[in-house]
Design a protein around this ligand. Sequence first.
Ligand SMILES: CC(=O)SCCNC(=O)CCNC(=O)[C@H](O)C(C)(C)COP(=O)(O)OP(=O)(O)OC[C@H]1O[C@@H](n2cnc3c(N)ncnc32)[C@H](O)[C@@H]1OP(=O)(O)O
Ligand SMILES: O=C([O-])CC(=O)C(=O)O
Length: 374
Amino acid sequence: MTDIHKGLAGVVVDTTAVSKVNPETNSLLYRGYPVQELAATQPFEAVTLLLWHGELPTADELAAFEREERALRPLDPRTLALLDTLPGTAHPMDVVRTVVSQLGACDDTLHGPGAWTDPELDLARARYLFAQLPTVVAAVQRRRRGLAPIPPRDDLDYASNFLWMTFGELPSAAAVDVFRVSMVLYAEHSFNASTFTARVIASTTADLYSAVVGAIGALKGPLHGGANEAVMHLFDEIGSAERVGPWLDRALAEKRKIMGFGHRVYKRGDSRVPTMRAALEVLLEESGDTGLAELYETLEREFVARKGIYPNLDYPSGPAYRLLGFDTEIFTPLFVAARVTGWTAHIMEQAAANALIRPLSAYDGPEERHVPQG
Ligand SMILES: CC(=O)SCCNC(=O)CCNC(=O)[C@H](O)C(C)(C)COP(=O)(O)OP(=O)(O)OC[C@H]1O[C@@H](n2cnc3c(N)ncnc32)[C@H](O)[C@@H]1OP(=O)(O)O
Ligand SMILES: O=C([O-])CC(=O)C(=O)O
């Protein structure tokens, strides 16, 4: 009997130098640096360069990247037109996926022999997507509220500009920093489902946009990135801390998955949760929303007590994004904006030492048979 590794659980499919997830030590390293240290000290722009190039930038390198990134933020009129064409009822993840697909279709650098996988062009495309996605996501959020897009500002860093374009005002410096921390924590996580999807597509030598579009599709699912949205739907369904116990009894009896808990790799807690939980605390204190804080604590305590399954990053991120003012359906697009850094680092790593990804399957359909004659 062939060994089947359902869901590729436990299978090591390649090497990567981008990040290391270690469930034994409950640690996550980006290019060797603990993610907690990066979250405490680095602008998201510097973490992005680290993921792409393997080293933290010098001050000059960072300044040059910031100049380039800020110049690439404004949306092309074709993107604005596409946003106006898509139905207002479309899920923001579908809108973002469609926009990235169009950005690829409009990128003239894809024409010509070898252009799909040219390393220099791929880096430029990664920079472009990194700069464009916040403007796209902010415009999608505003459109949901019947508001016109706000153009980017080139005097603001990535995190501040993202919030400015979304809300037309800046929250406290502490709240901006919470958002930056969330971007750093969401940036990269080895061979998760969306990154692996990106690598599968890159392995066919298709272009970087195609790989990112596929990755966005994979991230949408609530078992993966869609969980940050799903967590908030659960909170809304439960309503308040007093209702957690009976709600959980019923949910578990119905064999429901409790969103924001569990992980394929971490079985004793997600390395990123304490940092994001501390960031959430800043927003909870600012808002004085004790109801949300109690619901958060109670659901965690009761679910861990019943199942011994711990929160993942999406559990604290969902409430943090709500307190920052985003609509629930925008949470996973925020994850896209952060993870495009990790995806593109992996796409470029895959391209640099490529082997077509094509596993085997064990056939369990009907034995050979033949179409009846006549
Ligand atoms: C950023 C991220 O992508 S992190 C992941 C975000 N996803 C979620 O939060 C969705 C909820 N969590 C889950 O569905 C799962 O924990 C996953 C998909 C993340 C990981 O799943 P796997 O590693 O395949 O674990 P698996 O699904 O086999 O779970 C093992 C057992 O724990 C149970 N379990 C795991 N997570 C949960 C959960 N969140 N709620 C209820 N039960 C759970 C499973 O039902 C299973 O029970 P069983 O053995 O009685 O069948
Ligand atoms: O690693 C995973 O399977 C999911 C995850 O936490 C991530 O992508 O950040």
